[in-house]
Ligand binder design. Structure first.
Ligand code: HEM
Length: 148
């Protein structure tokens, strides 16, 4: 690559910083907490928001900066949740709105594309834990006790 071209496009690690992750995470969960669909699910489970936000910052730092700061089992933590495809769609909608309102476009797209892939694998894992396997493109159905 010509030296001028490389100087014009900053590497994504220069754009996505711990400070940017911190802002995205805190802004996102502030809107999650007041969201009628998602808020109650979090409110019923999270007693220490400060600890949760710190863990989510560590998670995104591991995902986007490969910092290795996060150690946890997100799959197990989501398996018991009363969620279906509609909750994931809303989560992703709020997350994309947040990322795009805060980040430069290339950084926002990194957040959004990783979130979409992780959401898809969480849907697959939750479906499997309920004894069902999703085909390609098939979405998570409501838990049977929650199908109303
Ligand atoms: C339907 C959408 C979602 C809902 C309702 C939801 C809800 C929750 C709740 C309630 C917890 C806390 C669990 C606990 O500590 O007992 C949690 C943890 C977590 N969520 Fe989600 N989540 C959703 C989607 C996602 C997505 C798409 C991601 C990643 C892109 C994600 C990443 C995480 C992580 C990493 C943790 C674990 C933090 C830790 O280790 O303590 N979640 N989620």
């Amino acid at each position: 690559m010509h030296v001028m071209e490389s100087a014009m496009v900053a590497p994504v690690e220069d754009i996505i910083t711990e400070a940017l992750i911190d802002r995205v995470v805190r802004t996102f969960y502030a809107s999650v907490q007041t969201d009628p669909q998602l808020g109650p699910i979090f409110a019923a489970r999270i007693t220490n928001w400060d600890a949760h936000l710190n863990r989510m910052c560590a998670f995104w730092s591991s995902v986007l900066l490969m910092s290795g700061r996060y150690h946890g089992q997100p799959m197990q933590l989501h398996q018991g949740l009363p969620v279906d495809a509609r909750h994931f769609d809303r989560w992703l909608e709020l997350f994309a709105q947040t990322a795009r309102s805060i980040c430069p476009p290339v950084a926002a797209e990194q957040f959004v594309s990783r979130a979409e892939r992780i959401a898809e694998s969480l849907e697959l894992g939750i479906a499997a834990s309920r004894g069902g396997w999703l085909r390609k493109g098939e979405r998570l159905a409501p838990a049977s006790a929650d199908s109303a």
